[in-house]
Design a binder for this molecule. Structure first.
Ligand code: ADP
Ligand code: MG
Length: 396
């Protein structure tokens, strides 16, 4: 599916005030940006605007302020500094969002200039999509650009609000994210192998359902596998399980059969007697999990099976670790699958906070075709939902 909204390429930005919602919601440590991935991801749009002589006004949230006024430790100033450092551009920061000081900084902005406003969530009306907030922000711009993929699933004042008052376009990050994450359902190169893991079936129901419709093979790992085991009648000992979802897991297995989507479940597992850093693993087959053991990772025979499936794939989508990868002794399954994806020529698309953390931990990020910057937003796309921020943009 091609992207169906207008992008910043379609807008005349020369000399005009372009209000851009970016996602600079970055982790901070000691007052500095600890991980600049999200800032880097916004640079293509910001560079384009500068090169086309726009007056660029950037806004974002950061963290979870109370919404009753400024909280210095959640200021966007470090993000503005990081943007200046990464691009070499002059970047002005103003410690105001909705007041006269912000308006004055916007008015002083020259063509080619870049201004970063203070955290939009210092006023709690932003999250409520209050029209006063939206109008105030819209008054700063002639054009609105949404590039904050990570918050595009939230109908909030700075995300969807300005689109009611200004012509609204997508930035390059938003375009690429939506295009990539929807095209795997429209016309994937086949075989299309989807890998879903992580802790719970319940949090991934929509994702699993939609993937079954499209994937040739669905690989299940992580804690959610044990709820599928229950559906198959295996006992799972003290493994993570969701009794209320067993029936649904069984339905999914049947739906996959009917649709011709092959589901792979672990054939062996690394189990431990408790959940902890000091726990040691032993390998057991999936129908042999002792009552006093819990599954912590996929076992070696499963690793082989899954890596073989990945090797034959043209498209791989991966969300959710294969085991408790935070503990080294239970990270082998996740690492082996990540390496198989990295070593393959397939188009590889990764989504989900913990999956991305795992890939970074193994140093494999640059071997993947696309790593989504949005957790919740990417999952909603993979569930087949429309994102309110995207919906509000002009149709192409
Ligand atoms: P993502 O953020 O990539 O979408 P999730 O949040 O769904 O992934 O799941 C990640 C978590 O699942 C990790 O913290 C990991 O430790 C946990 N997990 C994986 N396998 C197991 C397991 N067998 N038992 C308990 N927790 C698990
Ligand atoms: Mg997670």
């Amino acid at each position: 599916m091609a992207f169906t909204k207008k992008t910043v390429r379609d807008a005349d930005v020369d000399g005009r005030r372009v209000l851009v919602r970016v996602d600079f919601n970055v982790p901070l440590r000691d007052g500095a940006v600890a991980d600049d991935t999200r800032i880097r991801a916004a640079i293509p749009t910001i560079t384009y605007l500068k090169e086309h002589n726009a007056r660029t006004i950037l806004m974002s949230h950061l963290g979870r302020p109370k919404g009753d006024g400024p909280e210095p430790e959640l200021s966007l100033r470090p993000a503005a500094d990081k943007l200046a450092e990464l691009t070499g551009f002059d970047v002005t920061f103003v410690d105001d969002t909705y007041g006269e000081k912000a308006a004055a900084a916007v008015a002083a902005l020259q063509p080619g200039g870049i201004l970063v406003l203070e955290n939009v969530r210092f006023d709690k009306r932003e999250k409520k999509n209050d029209p006063e907030i939206a109008q105030r922000l819209a008054s700063y711009g002639d054009i609105f650009v949404l590039d904050a993929f990570g918050t595009a699933h939230r109908a909030q004042g700075s995300v969807v609000g300005p689109a009611a008052y200004l012509p609204a376009y997508a930035g390059f990050l938003l375009e690429k994210e939506v295009d990539t994450l929807t095209s795997i359902f429209a016309d994937p190169a086949r075989p299309f192998v989807a890998i879903v893991g992580g802790s719970k079936v319940s949090s991934k129901i929509g994702v699993l359902d939609h993937l079954i419709d499209s994937a040739d093979t669905l690989i299940i790992g992580g804690g959610m596998a044990y709820t599928f085991f229950l559906a198959k009648g295996y006992s799972v000992g003290s493994s993570l399980k969701e009794e209320d979802w067993v029936e649904r897991a069984g339905e999914m297995i049947r739906k996959a059969e009917a649709k011709g989507c092959k589901i792979l479940l672990p054939i062996d597992n690394v189990v431990a007697d408790h959940f902890g850093e000091d726990a040691t693993g032993e390998v057991v087959d999936s129908d042999q999990i002792p009552d006093d053991r819990m599954g912590m990772d996929i076992g070696p025979k499963t690793v082989e099976l899954y890596c073989e499936a990945v090797k034959g794939a043209k498209t791989v989508f991966w969300n959710g670790p294969m085991g408790v990868f935070e503990m080294d002794q239970f990270a082998k399954g996740t690492e082996a699958v990540a390496r198989a994806i990295a070593d393959s020529d397939c188009t590889s698309i990764i989504g989900g906070g913990d999956s991305v953390a795992a890939i970074n931990k193994f140093g494999l990020a640059n071997k993947m075709s696309w790593i989504s910057t949005g957790g919740g937003a990417s999952m909603e796309l993979v569930e087949g939902k429309a994102l309110p921020g995207v919906e509000a943009l002009l149709d192409a």
